[in-house]
Write a protein that binds this ligand. Sequence first.
Ligand code: BG6
Ligand code: MG
Length: 219
Amino acid sequence: MLRAFIFDLDGVLTDTAEYHYRAWKRVADEAGLPFTRDDNEHLRGVSRRESLLLILKGRPYPEEKIQAMMARKNNYYLEFIKEISPRDLLPGAQELLEELRANDYKTALGSASKNARDVVERLGIDSLLDAISDGYSVERQKPAPDLFLHAAAQLGLPPKACVVVEDAAAGIQAAKAGGFRSIGLGPRERVGGADMTLLNLVGVHLADLLKALHENHPG
Ligand code: BG6
Ligand code: MG
């Protein structure tokens, strides 16, 4: 039986996926590297280092330069998130978190970002999450299942009792690899591997999710 929902952050609860893109775009432009929004789709959910390696597409760069580019990207990203406030929660996110908790479901964050705690605090949703697993929690990031397994362990629940909510192909892969059910947010080309897909969380209620996942409603 389902007992918990594990949410990705960037692109699920708030639109920081756009800020990650803009920060990388600036780094890529400065280095004269081609990088488009389409390229960026493959970076969703992927760690900072792996993201840069995808942008570099095998071009040989010394480690020193890689470190400097990662640091620059993060500085640009930090500038973007400075202004984040509860108004930046994506439509439907807070309502769903509140409904889940009112129905005794546990909620956790499973984000590869090292800035996740900061963003959660700025969004004002710390009190709506029972556990946070972030870019510091595990070594192997998505598409490895480790981060979601870490979140489930913090909740004291097995993967089969948790459903992962993700906007990234790498995140859906991670959920599947860990034995979690999953809800994909976004186009099917990206998250079609999930157990159910939605364009966003607007007007989404617990009962709809349970029905699509073939679960019984607790009430
Ligand atoms: C994920 C984002 O949540 O976190 C990725 O989807 C990002 O775009 C990754 O690269 C790591 O984030 P950070 O903040 O540690 O660089
Ligand atoms: Mg995401």
